[in-house]
Design a protein around this ligand. Structure first.
Ligand SMILES: [Zn+2]
Length: 296
């Protein structure tokens, strides 16, 4: 799933490609993708793109002039936005959900891999609800330790779940929450209420650094066009998706736990004093884990 670093680059590239262009035609190819009824999609046709924004994991195409309309894209897990030539364009029979044709410019296509229809678009009018998610943006302005402490104090819970909670922090998902916890040397299962002041400071710094660094890495890995091929940079993540491989810091083996239907990766040595965390899925099945490495 694209997270803040990818979506920031999506926003920049869409802004470059579409700002000032008139939307000639908007077409829904799968009726399920459009989750709003009012205002109708036809209302945005003929309008000009005045800017492209991002709020949490949602990309916002602002359309003017005058009373502004917003076309919001939520890519979810398998959704992608692709810029194509209008000339000779043919939507994919299953994957294409939506397309928008711009005058003298590209065609913006939204596709979704797989069969689950989760990606969506919404149209908001001038008085429409702009509140996409109430979560705090971690980079704009840069998240301070005091603010993070305040967010974490709302409820005592596991760190991994807290970082991914869009009501708390905007734009962080499964991949970058693993990277942040690794950079902060904190266990994904630590309880937010047990963190020391020093640890909250470290975590706030890791959130800022990881998200900034990876935004820059996405820009470099994908110097033009939309950042669709995530594997180009995500294969270089330090810890996420690297179970069984050596930790880039200590050389120990990266471990995994299943957490709310997704996999969390961490280094037992760097993040949990050398101890493996209990994998609840494996515990339920009665599978015993190997003992932890004894490197300390
Ligand atoms: Zn390590």
């Amino acid at each position: 799933m694209p997270e803040l670093p990818e979506l920031t680059v999506y926003r920049e590239r869409l802004q470059d490609a579409l700002e000032g262009r008139r939307l000639r035609r908007a077409r829904v190819h799968d009726p399920f993708v459009l989750r709003t009824v009012e205002p109708p999609l036809a209302e945005i046709e003929g309008r000009t793109v005045t800017g492209v924004g991002r709020r949490a994991k949602v990309l916002l195409l602002e359309l003017g002039p005058g009373a502004s309309f917003t076309l919001a894209f939520h890519l979810m897990l398998g959704g992608r936005l692709v810029l194509r030539d209008v000339e000779g364009y043919r939507p994919h029979r299953r994957r294409t959900l939506f397309s928008a044709e711009f005058e003298g410019g590209p065609l913006l296509e939204m596709t979704e891999a797989g069969t689950k229809r989760k990606a969506s678009i919404r149209v908001f009018g001038p008085e429409g609800a702009r509140e996409i998610t109430p979560g705090t943006e971690p980079l704009d302005p840069p998240l301070e330790a005091a603010k993070l402490a305040e967010l974490l104090a709302r409820r005592n819970r596991r760190l991994k779940g807290a970082l991914r909670d869009s009501h708390l922090l905007a734009g962080i998902g499964n991949a970058y929450s693993d990277e942040i916890l690794f950079a902060a040397r904190l266990s994904p299962l630590r309880l937010t209420g047990q963190l020391t002041e020093e640890e909250v400071k470290r975590l706030a710094e890791a959130i800022r650094t990881v998200l900034r660094d990876w935004t820059e890495r996405v820009r470099r890995a994908c110097p033009e066009g939309l950042p669709v091929k995530q594997n180009l940079w995500r294969r270089n993540l330090a810890i996420h998706g690297r179970a069984g491989k050596p930790c880039p810091v200590c050389g120990g083996t990266v471990a995994r736990i299943s957490f709310k239907e997704s996999e969390t990766n961490y280094c037992p040595d760097c993040q949990n004093e050398g101890r493996l965390l209990a994998d609840r899925r494996l515990s339920r099945l009665g599978i015993r884990r190997r003992p932890p490495r004894s490197s300390g």
